[in-house]
Design a protein around this ligand. Structure first.
Ligand code: COA
Ligand code: MG
Length: 315
């Protein structure tokens, strides 16, 4: 039976427990905020490279006009090697499998002198598309890159399990799922609302699959980029339902979102104390012990270690 420490709010612990599942991978790269940049806009790419953000997404897809696709590919390919992105992960979002542009996107960006660190495949519908992109990366690059699937088609919701399984078989390096609420609502014929209740079931289904398969779960975009108060609320809400990060579209959104997905001082303090107590009890031969009035054993120790790991990689 899992035991919650008294000095941490129960909701907060639930959120930490869910988040901890994303740390089962040996190597964890935080993606608290992923910042989209239109791939043909070199000024914005320069700005994004200089922004202290976990991940920059150089976009070939919907942030780029149809008549600028070629320009985006070549600008991205060049920028990947021309600019220093600092600590930021460099992700490229290619066009969808059946867009007619996906192969050209992959050819251009994987041929860069400095290929991206990860790739987003938008509008994924089924496992075949995941197998397809992995085999494309293998033949163009000799290995796969970490893959993030953008779940925004109703059919993808029905196929989530097989999409996750395909992403993790063979050479596949599926590392995250993104929920794309705006496209999802549009394909559904739903109307977006500030409360996002029209996409709640899908939002929770995506996060549940992500956690079941040890993947990061990246939450919806807040397109009202000038309203930072509502962004803070939305980011905290996403974290409460288990998301580990959020898509953003403007540099001003980055610090708020990264803060919302970082462990609080209270959480870090609790984790430090618990780890010290756990180690002392292990030495004296006790696997389970009382900590601040409640029982602690290995699961809570793992939870505490996850908080410390998140603190180290995000500070
Ligand atoms: N990445 C990097 N820099 C960005 C940026 C982004 N996503 N959005 C804005 N900036 C830069 C601007 O270029 C500007 O820099 P400058 O002062 O050096 O010129 C600065 O931040 C302030 O920008 P601002 O004037 O507030 O916004 P804007 O009118 O230039 O752009 C958007 C507004 C919405 C068009 C822009 O934020 C954008 O293109 N976002 C990404 C859209 C996208 O990729 N959509 C697809 C994925 S959902
Ligand atoms: Mg989309």
């Amino acid at each position: 039976m899992f035991s919650f420490p008294r000095n941490i709010h129960r909701t907060c612990l639930h959120s930490l427990l869910r988040r901890s599942l994303a740390f089962q991978a040996d190597i964890y790269r935080p993606r608290r905020a992923i910042l989209y940049v239109p791939g043909n806009d070199e000024r914005k790419i320069r700005k994004a490279a200089a922004t202290d953000v976990d991940s920059v997404v150089l976009d070939c897809e919907d942030g780029v006009a149809m008549n600028r696709k070629n320009e985006a590919r070549s600008t991205i390919s060049r920028s990947l090697s021309a600019y220093d992105f600092g600590r930021s992960e460099r992700i490229v979002r290619i066009n969808a499998y059946d867009s007619g542009s996906a192969v050209a996107d992959l050819q251009a960006v994987l041929a860069s002198a400095s290929p991206p660190d990860a790739v987003i495949l938008p509008k994924v519908e089924d496992a075949e598309q995941v197998n397809w992109i992995n085999s494309q990366m293998l033949s163009l690059l000799g290995h796969t890159l970490p893959l993030i699937c953008l779940i925004e088609m109703p059919l993808a919701l029905l196929n989530l399990r097989t999409i996750c399984e395909a992403g993790k078989t063979g050479n596949g390096q599926l590392s995250g799922l993104i929920f794309g609420a705006d496209d999802f609502a549009a394909f559904l014929g739903a109307v977006r609302s500030p409360s996002a209740t029209e996409v709640l079931v899908a939002r929770q289904t995506v996060v549940m699959h992500a956690k079941a398969y040890g993947l990061q779960a990246i939450d919806i975009v807040d397109i009202n980029y000038k309203n930072l108060e509502s962004l803070k609320h939305a980011a905290e809400e996403g974290r409460k339902i288990g998301y580990t990060g959020k898509q953003v579209i403007h540099p001003d959104q980055v610090p708020i979102v990264q803060q919302a997905f970082s462990p609080s001082e209270e959480e870090v303090e609790w984790a430090k104390k618990l780890i010290t107590a756990f180690e002392e009890h292990q030495k004296s031969g006790k696997g389970a012990f009382a900590f601040e009035g409640q029982m602690v054993d290995m699961p809570l120790m793992r939870l505490a270690q996850n908080i410390m790991q998140l603190m180290r990689v995000t500070q």
